[in-house]
Structures are given as structure tokens and as C-alpha cells.
Design a protein around this ligand. Structure first.
Ligand code: G3P
Length: 229
């Protein structure tokens, strides 16, 4: 399962890359807007941070299929690397998916709010299909259930696409999709941080280290003991 950062803040991405096993970054127009900077500069900065081979997903903003194809070509020329062209699952987006795939680009179909959209985007040739879990929840649709259903459908037809579940509010939503074995998830740095945070872990380790301090002196480590031998 791949884990991506759904964010465009270079500092937050760098901090997350320091301690979590991350496979790439996804962006969208709103995420870039929040940074308030020239978006191409932001994309280049993110790309410089990422290890070789990591994925970078960038969303097309044109409305018509012809323009989407032209925009995708330009992005490929500008960004290169392991770029994924995010296309919305609108009528025009669907028309653009096979055209962009035929040109050798990788496509992530985005904005998915139903199982059928996910299946059809995979059939059109998208490498990833991105159901918006929390946004579906907000519409009274069970987002985790839809994302799981798309995953099962893709596997049952042995399609070459994976779910890239997106739009998470909390780590529970992510955990359920981990259980289901979806191919990838993308979430903001705070949601990713919550995946590993557990106060019981902090308490257990603090107790153990306090006891070691009683034995050898507060805050002294194996390094101190070995140096002083
Ligand atoms: O990147 C697309 C998706 O993650 C949107 O998330 O938080 O705007 O619902 P959000």
C-alpha cells in the first residue's frame, strides 16, 4: 500500500518525509491556493524534496478534453519524473483519460463520489482512481464503504488500476481502508501523524526510560556508558 502526502506546504512535506515511509505527494488546485505562492515554483520545490521515483500528482484545471490534453503535455514537459496527471471524473475528464494514457502519461482520476465513477475511470485507463472519502461522508454516503467497494470491483475484474483513497478527516477512516487492502491513500500531514501516534506508547516508553535513569543517572544513555567504560 502506498502512502502519499496530500499537501503542498514544502516545510510540512519535508517534516513528514523525515519520519514516515512516504511514496509521494498529491496536490490539487485548492491545496496550491492555500500556499499563496507561484504554483509551478511550489511543484518544483516539492519535486526537489522527494526521493527519486516518488510520485507527484498534479491536477489539470482545464474544462475541455482538448485543453486537458494540452495541459497534461505541458506539465509532463515542465515537471517530468514520476508525474501523475489528475483528471476530474467529469464528462470531459473521461474523454481525456484514454487520450492522455495513450500518450504514455499516468492518470489519476479524481473527485470520485460513487463506485460506478471509480469503476468507469479504471476502465477508461486511469492508473489510480481517487474516491473522496470524507467528502462522501459529508453528503451522507459511507465513503469508506464506497472506496472499499471500488477496490473489490477492481480486483474482481483484475484491472490494472488501484484505489488511491483521498479526503480524510481522521486516521480511523484510513485504518479501515488499510484493513481492506486498498492500493494507496493520500492524506494531510496531521492525519498521517495520527496514524502512528498513541499516548499509551508514549507513556510506556517514558516509564521504561525513567527506570533506566534511576539505574544509570537521569538522561544518560548507552552512549554515555560506553564512552565512560
Ligand atoms: O486531493 C483531493 C482530496 O484529498 C480532497 O480532500 O480535504 O479537500 O476533502 P479534501
Amino acid at each position: 500500500m502506498l502512502i502519499l502526502i496530500d499537501h503542498a506546504n514544502v516545510d510540512s512535506i519535508a517534516k513528514t518525509l523525515e519520519y514516515l515511509p512516504i511514496d509521494g505527494v498529491t496536490t490539487n488546485p485548492t491545496i496550491l491556493y492555500r500556499e499563496g505562492k507561484e504554483p509551478l515554483d511550489v511543484l518544483h520545490s516539492i519535486k526537489r524534496l522527494l526521493p527519486d521515483g516518488a510520485q507527484l500528482h498534479v491536477q489539470i484545471v482545464s474544462q475541455r478534453a482538448d485543453d486537458m490534453v494540452a495541459e497534461a503535455r505541458a506539465l509532463r514537459g515542465e515537471i517530468g519524473g514520476n508525474l501523475f496527471i489528475k483528471l476530474p471524473v467529469t464528462r470531459e475528464g473521461f474523454a481525456a483519460i484514454p487520450r492522455i494514457v495513450r500518450e504514455g502519461m499516468q492518470v489519476t482520476a479524481t473527485g470520485i463520489h460513487s463506485s460506478m465513477q471509480g469503476f468507469m475511470a479504471a476502465k477508461a485507463g486511469a492508473r489510480y482512481v481517487a474516491p473522496y472519502v470524507n467528502r462522501m461522508d459529508n453528503y451522507g454516503i459511507d465513503g469508506v464503504r464506497v472506496a472499499s467497494e471500488i477496490h473489490r470491483t477492481l480486483r474482481s475484474y483484475e484491472m490494472k488500476a488501484d484505489v488511491l483513497a483521498a479526503s480524510f478527516k481522521n486516521s480511523e477512516q484510513v485504518l479501515e481502508l488499510v484493513r481492506q487492502g486498498v492500493g494507496a491513500i493520500t492524506a494531510a500531514p496531521d492525519v498521517l501523524a495520527a496514524l502512528i501516534k498513541n499516548p499509551a506508547t508514549d507513556a510506556a516508553i517514558a516509564d521504561q526510560n525513567r527506570d533506566f535513569g534511576f539505574l544509570v543517572g537521569e538522561r544518560r544513555t548507552w552512549l554515555d556508558l560506553i564512552k565512560e567504560k
